[in-house]
Design a protein around this ligand. Structure first.
Ligand SMILES: [Fe+2]
Length: 262
């Protein structure tokens, strides 16, 4: 199907799906115009793509990856930066002084072939995540790094526990979420790309089980039980609480399109 025919098909289906909504909810012309005015403002702010991602990207990702074994794919998000430094297995991604409220994290897990269940060694795990204030390092490599699974398929990296963070607080998307009685918080998560022999197999993110926004992350469908990991308090180090968290990774087979949706 060429792109013109596909556009016609999609447009027809969208109109057909929305027509009963307009009819059954008795949407008025004034309400249609208010929605149009909102979409105009959304476009002027350059945020149409973000709104579609919030609403539908995970459905697109799950549909694209349906039937492929392995850890569930998730959104890449806008803050991935290629070229993070290689970290020795067991070393730390912390490159800055931490604030007093930072919780230290030892993250570990097993990397397996999703098809055979066998441990995989030498797999590149490219992590990036927000800090104890919910902020990403946009310039340097604090809380960014690549670690490789060892000969038993195990990996271990030290970091801090990320916290939930809000986006869209002062833009048209935040305004809409506010009107809907929702927030623009992301449940605390760690992003991850998985590469085997330099070829990307998986982009995902996994979530803290104790996040207050786990049940209502504003990205619809992002959180699922299989992508939730539990931090366990195991002591103190350098005046900071120390947690351990395990997240095992089942590497999907090589496919044409293994990346996450941006
Ligand atoms: Fe993120």
């Amino acid at each position: 199907m060429n792109s013109c025919a596909r556009l016609q098909l999609v447009a027809d289906e969208v109109v057909a799906a929305l027509t009963p909504v307009v009819r059954d909810l008795r949407i008025t012309e004034d309400e249609l115009h208010a929605a149009g005015d909102y979409l105009n403002r959304l476009g002027q702010a350059g945020m149409c793509r973000s709104l579609l991602d919030i609403a539908f990207a995970m459905t697109a990702v799950d549909t694209r990856r349906a039937g492929i074994p392995g850890t569930r794919t998730n959104l890449e998000g806008p803050l991935y930066r290629p070229g993070a430094p290689e970290r020795a297995n067991g070393s730390s991604m912390i490159e800055r002084d931490l604030s007093a409220d930072a919780d230290l994290l030892i993250l570990s897990g097993k990397v397996r072939d999703a098809t055979t269940g066998s441990p995989l060694s030498g797999v590149e795990l490219d992590f990036w995540h927000a800090d104890e204030h919910g902020l990403y390092d946009r310039d340097g490599n604090h809380l960014r790094g690549i670690v490789r699974s060892d000969e038993n398929g195990d990996y271990r990296i030290e970091s801090v526990l990320p916290i939930d963070y809000a986006e869209h607080q002062n833009d048209p998307i935040g305004e809409l979420l506010d009107e809907l009685g929702r927030t623009s918080f992301r449940a605390a998560h760690i992003h991850l790309k998985v590469r085997v022999d330099g070829v990307e197999r998986l982009t995902t993110q996994f979530f803290r089980s104790d996040s207050p926004h786990l049940e209502h992350d504003y990205v619809i469908g992002a959180v699922s039980d299989d992508l939730v990991a539990t931090p366990k308090h195991v002591g103190e180090r350098d005046g900071h609480p120390l947690y351990e968290m395990t997240f095992d990774i089942d590497v999907p087979p090589l496919t044409d399109d293994a990346g996450g949706n941006r």
